[in-house]
Write a protein that binds this ligand. Structure first.
Ligand code: HAM
Length: 412
């Protein structure tokens, strides 16, 4: 039986031939995400992987709705696997924000599902680090999020030569759209065309903008101006004050494909433009209102970073940590008559919070020793009788006799 296309198995290291997704690497990525989020004083939250279909149909925009894994459940409800986290967190905030002091800073690492055309950097399932701030609409919030996005990538040893955060503004685009006499009803279609401009043939883009009453030339001129608006200048100044100015640039090619963005938007890319976007986000001040049916209003901004492009990039740069197995101690059973006392010893060692392994079934001593080496054990230990043990340091190969019930203390 094969796995579904676009879905992944995560194997423990060392990886079997032909497999590329490591469960150990995934742990490493999650660990860095969490560490930086806590440094920035974000609190963790989570939501359900299955939501009512309508949470997405009205709020996310056509592109994502076309990619939904949706079905009718046995209770006749239209439901969908979550393709993104933002509608869920907006729903949770709309219902419970009164319980929390503002600004609310939350992060989460959901697995998401999108029925996309499978290609490099895009699968049908991925893990995504999400960070969002609610209850404050100052550009300092956008800057705080962009700083955290930057620091996450720096925590993987990526530098300003490796990536850049391209910052833009829906407000700036909206002004341009209005100044050119754009029809409000076409605004989202226009934003979609801008979002795809770098991935679309010039001819096709020109036709699209023509049909909306614009010329590609005027759109391109606006992009090339790169003139920061007042709010974008504030974001830039804030990031410069942190010493992060080299990691960002104004780039109006970015507008974001999702429908709900309202202000500052941004995407992180590798410097050579070889990979798809590493992360993306922005301000979405009306989503909480929409999700709550007008009952609640709350400024919001956030971003998300997927694990797929990130791992591809780190792999290319040789920045993934080498896998080194490690174990505190391998407890050998040389004499099966001592197995019960050995189990007691294993238990004592594990109670001390140490990592211990032992043979589950009768095994030849040389095989046990080989296993200890494969597992990267620092020590082996074996009982010689019920009360005495021999502890061997596998680096110096020195062996010490000691009382069995002092082994755990000696290993700390
Ligand atoms: P997004 O741009 O759709 O934004 O996704 C964010 C990141 O998730 C992308 O830059 C990419 O790294 C990763 N990603 C998206 N789709 C896939 C896929 N099919 N396969 C692999 N990786 C993927 C959002 O999802 C917004 N909800 C982000 C946000 C949070 N905005 C405000 N708060």
């Amino acid at each position: 039986m094969e796995r579904l296309p676009g879905f992944r198995d995560f194997f423990p290291e060392p990886l079997p031939k032909g497999e590329m997704w490591s469960a150990d690497v995934r742990e490493y990525i999650f660990d860095r995400w969490q560490t930086t989020a806590r440094n920035y004083a974000f609190q963790v939250y989570d939501g359900p992987p299955l939501e009512l279909l309508e949470l997405y149909t009205a709020k996310s925009g056509e592109e994502i709705v076309g990619q939904l894994y949706n079905f009718t459940d046995k209770g006749d409800r239209g439901v969908s696997m979550r393709p993104e986290m933002t509608p869920t967190v907006a729903r949770m905030i709309a219902a419970r924000e009164r319980h929390y002091k503002k600004p609310i800073k939350w992060y989460s690492i959901p697995q998401l599902f999108r029925y996309e055309r499978q290609q490099k950097g895009r699968l049908r399932e991925h893990f995504q680090f999400n960070a969002d701030i609610f209850g404050e609409n100052h550009p300092a919030v956008d800057a705080e999020l962009i700083a955290m996005l930057t620091d996450i990538l720096r925590s993987f040893e990526l530098s300003a030569d490796d990536f850049v955060v391209r910052i833009s503004s829906r407000n700036a685009w909206q002004e341009f759209f209005r100044s050119q006499g754009g029809d409000e009803a076409d605004a989202y279609e226009f934003y979609q065309a801008v979002d795809k401009i770098e991935r679309t043939a010039t001819e096709d883009s020109a036709k699209k903008f023509d049909s909306l009453g614009f010329t590609l030339e005027k759109v391109r001129n606006f992009i090339d101006s790169s003139e920061p608006t007042e709010e974008l200048q504030e974001v830039l100044d804030n990031l410069k004050a942190r010493g992060l100015g080299d990691f960002v640039k104004i780039d109006y090619n970015v507008i974001r494909g999702l429908a709900y963005y309202t202000g500052v938007v941004y995407e992180a890319f590798d410097r050579h433009g070889k990979f798809r976007a590493i992360a993306g986000g922005g301000r979405y001040d009306q989503l909480v209102n929409l999700v709550s049916g007008g009952k609640n209003d709350m400024p919001a901004a956030g971003f998300a970073m997927g694990d797929v492009v990130l791992v591809e990039l780190l792999k290319e740069r040789g920045l993934l940590p080498e896998y080194n197995p490690s174990l505190d101690v391998y407890v050998m059973v040389e004499d099966e008559a001592l197995r019960e006392s050995t189990l007691e010893l294993v238990q004592q060692i594990r109670d001390f919070g140490l990592h211990a392994e032992y043979p589950l079934a009768a095994t030849k001593p040389d095989k046990q020793f080989k296993r200890a080496l494969e597992l990267g054990a620092r020590f082996t230990v074996r009982l010689t009788d019920e009360g005495t043990a021999l502890l061997k340091n596998l680096e110096s190969r020195e062996e010490t006799a000691l009382e069995a019930n002092t082994v755990a203390e000696r290993l700390i």
